[in-house]
Design a protein around this ligand. Structure first.
Ligand SMILES: NC(=O)c1ccc[n+]([C@@H]2O[C@H](COP(=O)([O-])OP(=O)(O)OC[C@H]3O[C@@H](n4cnc5c(N)ncnc54)[C@H](O)[C@@H]3O)[C@@H](O)[C@H]2O)c1
Length: 440
């Protein structure tokens, strides 16, 4: 099938590459000429495991092309994916300007019947707005003869395992009332539904809400566990024992109940906020979601609070080694990353940072530029050199079994602040460290 994807970010690029890999003919359109140029040269602008070979192979085979020419893309695809960003507006609601711009562009150039698929995370009612936009432009062009459907097909991939999530989705949510659109999507996604039917077809509004409900449920699990961790810490309990104790109940399960320094990334923070705003717009007070957000904001400061307390506020002139900058492992994404809250608070207090992350160094450099109080180090060991303490913010696999002797030698004092409960407190204590973690 001929497919066009608008947006070559985490969602659009991965989806485009995965669709091309099963044999569809994909054209990806982006307004960012630099990104398109890099992609055409085989240089992948984001880090995502398995993505580079997939893009290169399919690009070389001619099944995956990149362009800034929207008209060319619209001419190509029977289906047109919208996978552009929906960042938070000033008040936290989802900003639809990129989605509606793409809708307008499609309407300006379409010359045949099309299925427009919205993959961006958008508030309930957005498909109607896209439809109105396209209708309006077609009317002004005198082309009301052209038929189109607007389908909601939210994306559930996780950064860090985006390729395998797209290749083996748990479910494919399709929001449409059109038989034609449903048939087309069944054909498009058939290669991903072989073992069992992954498609769940529903009305458009339910599909749009499904995406928010999923992310808000996951964010709620995290904030709930962080609340329990804070309680455990104050009550002399160990949250890691509590986690295992509740996870063994199949109604609760072990997934996604790790305490830590709060959720970040490009999705949970903005999606929780956006659903709160959507609820507010219809005079509904989303009490649970507001609490989830408030707990998370506070949790992002927890590591700094522990450091501040330990040094009784005297942080000026101190240097901290930070391991992990990305908002989670296996990505270079720094959007809303808890590491940023920690670093910025340390700088504000007059401390310096020596940081290492396996993938997010370039992104950190891009965000903060050159500053005297930030040294980006080539290895996790180099980040330790001469620092007063180590703070762990992201649970990268390569941090799980470090050389504690070396850490001790490199730091001025054997002191670890661990925001991800990477180690067993008793073992770290035996090795001679003072060790602060979360909820223990
Ligand atoms: N990142 C994730 O893990 C994830 C997961 C599921 C859903 N989503 C949702 O998917 C959407 C996209 O997210 P992302 O992380 O891929 O965003 P992103 O910011 O990484 O990429 C968006 C891309 O769209 C491009 N773009 C903007 N306007 C355009 C236009 N008019 N025409 C063509 N391209 C245009 C931008 O240049 C950019 O390359 C968002 O709504 C997000 O909430 C993201």
């Amino acid at each position: 099938m001929n497919v066009t994807v608008f947006g070559t970010g985490y969602v659009g690029l991965v989806q485009g590459a995965v669709l091309a890999d099963v044999g569809h003919n994909v054209v990806c359109v982006d307004v960012d000429a630099n990104k398109v140029e890099r992609l055409n040269q085989g240089d992948i602008p984001i880090y995502e495991p398995g993505l580079e070979p997939l893009v290169k192979e399919n690009h070389a085979a001619g099944r995956l092309r990149f362009t800034t020419d929207a008209a060319e893309g619209i001419k190509h695809g029977q289906v047109q994916f919208i996978a552009v960003g929906t960042p938070p507006d000033e008040d936290g609601s989802a900003d639809l300007k990129y989605v509606l711009t793409v809708a307008e562009t499609i309407a300006q150039h379409m010359e045949r019947d099309l299925v427009i698929i919205n993959k961006s995370t958008v508030p309930v009612g957005t498909a109607d707005k896209v439809r109105d936009k396209v209708d309006g432009v077609l009317e002004s062009r005198g082309r009301k003869d052209l038929r189109f459907d607007v389908v909601s097909n939210p994306e559930f991939l996780k950064e860090g395992s985006a390729v395998s999530d797209c290749q083996r989705p748990d479910r494919i949510i399709i929001g449409t009332e059109s038989r034609i659109a449903e048939d087309m999507l069944r054909e498009l996604y058939a290669p991903f539904s072989r073992q069992q039917d992954k498609m769940i077809v529903m009305d458009v509004r339910s599909a749009e809400l499904t995406k928010y409900a999923a992310n808000c449920m996951l964010a709620t699990k995290i904030s709930f566990m962080n609340e329990m961790a804070n309680l455990a810490e104050r009550l002399g309990a160990d949250i890691e024992m509590v986690r295992q104790g509740i996870g063994s109940d199949p109604r609760i399960g072990y997934h996604f109940i790790y305490p830590g320094v709060g959720y970040g990334g490009s999705c949970f923070p903005k999606d929780v906020q956006a659903l709160i705003r959507t609820a507010g717009s219809i005079d509904f007070d989303a009490k649970v979601l507001k609490a989830v957000e408030a707990r998370n904001e506070e949790q992002k400061t927890t590591l700094f609070q522990k450091i501040h307390k330990h040094y009784q506020g005297n942080l000026a002139g101190k240097t901290f080694a930070i391991w992990g900058l990305a908002f989670k492992p296996n990505t270079d994404d720094m959007r809303e990353a808890p590491s940023r809250v920690l670093m910025e608070a340390l700088w504000q207090a007059g401390a310096k940072v020596q940081a290492y992350d396996p993938e997010a160094m370039e992104e950190t450099q891009r965000i903060y530029g050159n500053r005297d109080d930030l040294t980006l180090c080539g290895t996790k060991e180099a980040a330790l050199r001469g620092a007063d303490a180590l703070a762990i913010v992201t649970e990268w696999q390569s941090f799980r079994a470090p050389d504690f002797e070396l850490i001790k030698q490199q730091l001025t004092e054997p002191l670890i602040f661990d925001g991800r409960n990477m180690f067993e407190p008793r073992r770290v204590a035996i090795k001679g460290f003072r060790y602060f973690s979360v909820g223990r």
